[in-house]
Ligand binder design. Structure first.
Ligand SMILES: Cc1cc2nc3c(=O)[nH]c(=O)nc-3n(C[C@H](O)[C@H](O)[C@H](O)COP(=O)(O)O)c2cc1C
Length: 193
């Protein structure tokens, strides 16, 4: 039996992004946990800043519809979330806001955030490893979108030196925690099948 499909989303477009690295590593751990992984870049889904008038007059942009439908074909989602001013990046918030207003005919509001499970990670050059970004993202997803977000998460402090030349985590405890997050996400996703 094939493993559950997990979508991996890095919340940064920056070249050399620590969170893109974290997302890549999370993808590898998810594959080791027998998930079928899709890793995307939000650069492939460019969206205007959310505008309720635009949404009402023209409907959500095709990239928002595609992103929402892609999410709907996966049982789990891992988001690697950079920290900007003690919160999430506009890139992630904007994508979630657009996804949250895409509805197929007869579909309940926010349905795409249900029936699947989310796990979070962050990497930051700072000492807290993006913890406040994850607190904010957990609020957006669990409270705002009524999504199931697993308690296990991974924060990578001092991200500039946290990865070796093979893009592996140098800290053994952080590496073990990422493995735990990946396994728990796959375990929950299997339960939802
Ligand atoms: C506008 C802005 C605000 C930031 N605020 C924080 C912050 O509050 N806490 C933190 O740890 N890092 C902060 N940073 C630093 C980012 O964590 C750092 O740029 C990181 O590399 C971004 O993630 P990325 O490497 O995946 O692009 C901020 C960066 C920017 C551009």
């Amino acid at each position: 039996m094939s493993g559950p499909k997990i979508l991996v989303i890095p919340g940064s477009l920056r070249s050399g992004s620590h969170n893109v690295r974290l997302a890549a590593l999370a993808g590898k751990e998810l594959v080791l946990a027998e998930a079928e992984v899709t890793r995307i870049s939000l650069a492939d889904y460019p969206l205007p800043i959310f505008d309720a008038d635009l949404a009402r007059e023209q409907g959500p942009p095709p990239h928002a519809v595609n992103l929402k439908r892609l999410m709907g074909t996966h049982r789990g989602v891992f988001i690697a979330s950079p920290e900007y001013n003690a919160s999430i990046t506009p890139l992630i918030k904007n994508a979630i806001d657009w996804i949250s207003v895409v509805r197929e005919a007869g579909e309940a509001q926010l349905a795409v955030f249900q029936d699947r499970v989310f796990a979070l990670g962050a990497a930051s050059p700072g000492r807290s490893g993006g913890m406040q970004s994850l607190i904010a993202l957990r609020q957006v997803l669990a409270v705002g979108c009524r999504a199931l977000v697993i308690p296990e998460q991974i924060t990578i402090p001092n991200a500039a030196t946290a990865f070796d030349e093979m893009d592996q985590l140098t800290d053994a405890k952080a590496a073990a925690q990422l493995k735990t997050v990946a396994r728990r996400l796959v375990d929950y996703a299997r339960l939802l099948r």
